[in-house]
Design a protein around this ligand. Sequence first.
Ligand code: NI
Length: 391
Amino acid sequence: MPIVNRFHDLTEEITAWRRDLHENPELLYDTVRTSAVVADKLREFGLDEVATGLGKTGVVGIIKGKGGGAGPVIALRADMDALPILERTNKPYASKTPGVMHACGHDGHTAMLLGAAKYLAETRNFGGTVAVIFQPAEEGGAGAKAMIDDGLLTRFGIERVFGMHNMPGMPVGTFAIRPGPLMASADRLRITIDGLSGHAAKPHLSRDPIVAGAAIITAAQSIVARNADPLEAAVLSITMFHAGTTDNVIPSSAELRGTVRTLLPEMRDLIEARLEAMVAQVGAAYGVEARLDYSRDYPVTANDAAEASFAADIAAKVVGETNVDRNVVPTMGGEDFSFMLNERPGAFIFAGVGEDVANLHNDAYDFNDELIPVGCSYWTTLVETALPRTA
Ligand code: NI
């Protein structure tokens, strides 16, 4: 399928790595075995430097091009963590750890970047230096931020960053990207409502946090409907409402939780500010004390326009221009590569993993190994184009 495939000879080996990772999934920062496998392989490939322990369990490999690595430094990033899901793929290499599975294809991301690292370390057909980044805790733990906080970008002098995510529903041999916001900011909210408990038959002697909570939920929906620019994306979902213990008691408190997704920083600011005001004032109107606890988790994943165009050109070199969507519709999912894109110019791209592959985070999902040669070719073509040989 790929027009450029440099990985005919390596695909079988990389597939075996991928399936081994799939069989041994690990959550968040607990990617101890995975990190060790990655670091061991990078050393075996003869990388110039292998650094471990960034962001607890993150690994970075350094590959110097011809000319001793003098020149620009670019970084390629993969994520290593799995999800707390009971796997139902029935594959021979299914998870050996019940309740933990690679349902987002990070096993494939890690294997493809390992394959690219092996190829680049053997051929070194580029100038400058490549950093291959393997991060833990993409799924809600902000592992990318933890690695940055440990000096990832400054320690290795990284100037540009590139990331890739597999995408079910798109055929293998297709890529999709866009300049600007590609994925949403992902924030968490918690609303605590303190009222006064009492007999359900004597509501006038209590201050009911449930009725107040219901009013807050209804009012909050008007933020997206009435305050947000209708041409800009915003999602506000209340996903939890916990209160009460029985049928004849008005409880003393209630807790709501939910998530907010936006594609623009101004929209994120607006929703947080309006929510803050609405929670306090609707609460006051109902005679209860309501507080908002708003946690800004992942920023918007926004591609630099020039780098998105560059990444699309690379994809086109690998699979042909007709198989690259340069202006894909953004998704309201979140991605912590956003922290890296906030620090350095770069681009995040979606790579088709097959139309019949189950959705990401589904218990029947399995990374399609046919993507391996395509993804590896994308990485290596990107390096050789971004860092042309001068020596
Ligand atoms: Ni993912």
